[in-house]
Design a protein around this ligand. Sequence first.
Ligand SMILES: [Zn+2]
Length: 434
Amino acid sequence: MDEENLHRKLSSLRKILERSGPFCRPDFEPSPESLKFLMQNCKILVVGAGGLGCECLKNLALMGFRQMEVIDMDVIDLSNLNRQFLFRHKDIGKSKAVTAAKFINDRIPGCNVTPHFCRIQDKEPEFYKQFHIILCGLDSIIARRWINSMLTSLLVYNDDQLDVSSVIPLIDGGTEGFKGNLRVVLPGLTPCIECSLDLYPPQITYPLCTIANTPRLPEHCIEYVKVVQWPRENPFDCCIDGDDPQHITWIYEKSNDRALHFGIRGLTYRLVQGVIKNIIPAVASTNAIIASMCCTEVFKVATSCSASLNNYMVFSNTDGIYTFSYEAEKNENCLACSHSIKEVPLKSLDVKLKEFIDILKYDNAFQLKNPSITAKISGKNKTLYVENIASLEEQTRQNLSKSLFELGISNHTDLIVADSTAPSTFTFKVKVSD
Ligand SMILES: [Zn+2]
């Protein structure tokens, strides 16, 4: 960008930041310092360099933000190129974060985007602590929950009083086809992502009896091959890899046979890919709209020039354009941000460990993914079950069929639970209704 352009752009930012107005927050003081802070000091982390991430990086850079970092574990795929506009055909196979950062830095002089080609879980709390604002453009609920829990774990309380300087605002955008949403979270102060966990629709699953006996949709046939035929025939001696064309072809052929057998139409290779990889079609315009709103919120939080969104906005352009914002409420028993002890209500201690784990996984209030449980019994830690490490899973598997009573658990026992949705462990207690 040449000098003249920069000057013109800065003059519009100055109009907002150096004048007062009816929408400014009470703590806003018009001054040239805001712009200086925004350009020189304000550190933003963009989580995800996909459809939303590319848009956000571009918007923020053009709004004057200079100190940005971006984190993404993915590499660029051909199918990204229609909307992830910082990538070119020659970039296929390269890191999204690295390529996006380089594109922005080359294009916008003075912009300093640092890329991180890794998983969010690979970074320590110290890494997240250094940012003023975190902007999430993710397609994964688990990753979102993880970041949210990371930010709530960074909160500092002095005698139960929240130290507001430990609050790192989280702006979270999400899109699915023609729909999108946006939320502004001030961890510890306003409702967090986990507070309204029950708003996420459950993943589409089909009852096994339907897919086995009375399939009606092509999806039923694909699902049958995936959950029944693949494990039984184990054609490639490994788990299904949705990116492996041989795997998809095998599933396509088998499910096609099944569809023909039941007289079901509409089964295509693309559909097989979509069902196996859980693909939700991405729409470039939805991403652009949600990203623009995310970046406006970042700008508002960074400068106080206007009140932030309070606190949840939904958007849909499926049928005309619809948008609505409302104030989501805090959940007093929130797993991430409440200070209360998390209780799991049970009928009795005769509940088997396996059933207890299913409650943690499938009850709307918890929705954990792969909980590993350690009990604190008479001051000693006793590992009850570990799901994600094969050798420990084998050692602890026999506990699954034991009741909590047999395992020595009472109403007072602390159950320490680790899960992939959060960076640190949760402490639960069981609560037996009498
Ligand atoms: Zn919460």
